[in-house]
Design a binder for this molecule. Structure first.
Ligand SMILES: [Zn+2]
Ligand SMILES: [Zn+2]
Length: 411
């Protein structure tokens, strides 16, 4: 029996991953990602080459939309496996955005192999800007495939990648590897370097420091909290981030509501989402712990305040006004600043004369790290995915098999 690999989507774009491994009638689908450029409410995005009439098991590598965002369109009776933190983060996001995940999800244990039909799957925790990101080792029909998911070598979990490079799976037939940063010079400094830069910014700012970062970028929340501890500032997070951090508390030593130098700001928009006055237990507890946005305007301690366009609307209603003593920092991909939401944030601070800074590092491996990783893993062939510059950057990599979306490869 042959093993067939089909990349339904992601051979020539960043994200939207949908990859099938088939052995006879049994199929694994590695990620069902939403393309990053798909309009917000677009539907019918499942690749047409993916047969949805027959059963399959979906494996979700990590909780980023470009890897799981099409679960809502996939058949409800398909089974889904992923890490437990990933499951929780997907559910939280679905609740906040009013979407649903129709399938039953069965969590796996990191590092513990399991079988699905003829496939043996070993999920391996890796370093990425998403919490609980995994690479997947899949063995079937005497073949061995490693799916990199999204990864980097410069975050707080870089040791995991180093260990894998030192002791890679033997006799690997295929490495399916992401190439987001291939051919680019995006900054790939470490999270600890960022911590130093935040410390510097917090020290030289006399007023508040407003920071825009993703609530689910847990590495970044940790970095900001550590910089707060070093400079005597208090990290003010929103209700959504508070929920994320509280929910992940059992998976690591992560700053959460109730910790010293952490405060939760109660904003009208998010309060409504969490069930209002007499709704949700979490919201009620946070109401006791939390502070009003109005308190941001009369700070009795130095704050680092989470910022986002939807939060700014609620801050403004409570009379919060930035000043030239304040600083603001964009701690996400710079490209988002050009979108209307990002531009609105920039304008709010620019109008007040607040100092601007951009402190960020990529969630993905640099070009040289991609090359070193691929060579250390040493597969018989590398199948490029999740990148747009694979055609002109193949030098120095193991032998490459360039597939087109939907084109099957017999292994
Ligand atoms: Zn991705
Ligand atoms: Zn990702």
């Amino acid at each position: 029996m042959t093993l067939t690999l089909t990349v339904h989507r992601a051979t020539d774009q960043i994200g939207g991953n949908c990859i099938e491994l088939r052995s006879g009638d049994e199929r694994l689908i590695l990620d069902v990602g939403r393309p990053l450029d798909a309009p917000k409410d677009a539907t019918g995005l499942i690749p047409s080459t993916l047969d949805v009439t027959r059963p399959a098991t979906i494996l979700i590598s990590h909780p980023h939309q470009d890897h799981y965002g099409l679960l809502e369109e996939a058949p409800a009776h398909w089974s889904v496996r992923c890490g437990e933190p990933t499951r929780r983060l997907m559910v939280i996001t679905a609740n906040v955005t009013g979407r649903t995940i129709p399938q039953a999800i069965e969590p796996w244990s990191t590092g513990v192999a399991f079988n699905i039909g003829p496939f043996q799957v070993t999920p391996m925790l890796t370093d990425h800007s998403a919490f609980d990101a995994h690479m997947l080792l899949i063995e079937a029909q005497g073949r061995r495939v490693l799916y990199s998911g999204d990864f980097r070598r410069h975050g707080r979990k870089s040791t995991l990648v180093e260990c894998l490079m030192r002791a890679p799976p033997e006799d690997l037939d295929v490495l399916l590897m992401e190439g987001t940063n291939l051919g680019s010079d995006k900054p790939c400094v470490t999270e600890s370097d960022l911590e130093g830069r935040f410390v510097e910014l917090f020290r030289k700012t006399s007023g508040r420091v407003f920071v825009a970062w993703s609530a689910q970028n847990v590495d970044r929340t940790v970095t900001l909290y550590r910089a707060c501890l070093k400079t005597g500032r208090t990290l003010v997070i929103d209700l959504y981030t508070a929920e994320v951090m509280e929910m992940l508390a059992e998976f690591g030593r992560l700053p959460a509501p109730g910790w010293r130098q952490v405060k939760v700001v109660m904003t009208a928009g998010l309060r409504r989402r969490y069930g209002g006055v007499d709704g949700d237990v979490f919201a009620e507890r946070m109401a006791k712990l939390g502070m009003s946005a109005a308190a941001l305007e009369q700070p009795d301690e130095p704050f680092v305040v989470m910022t986002r366009p939807s939060l700014i609307r609620d801050f403004v209603r409570k009379g919060v006004v930035p000043t030239s003593d304040d600083a603001w920092c964009w701690s996400q991909w710079r490209g988002y600043l050009n979108a209307p939401d990002g531009a609105a944030v920039k304008q709010w601070f620019d109008a007040a004369g607040s100092r601007a800074d951009h402190i960020h590092t990529s969630g993905h491996a640099s070009t040289s790290d991609l090359r070193e990783f691929a060579n250390a893993i040493n597969p018989k062939t590398l199948v490029p995915i999740h990148g747009v510059k694979w055609d002109e950057n193949q030098e120095g990599f193991p032998p490459i098999t360039r597939l087109k979306d939907g084109e099957p490869l017999a292994l």
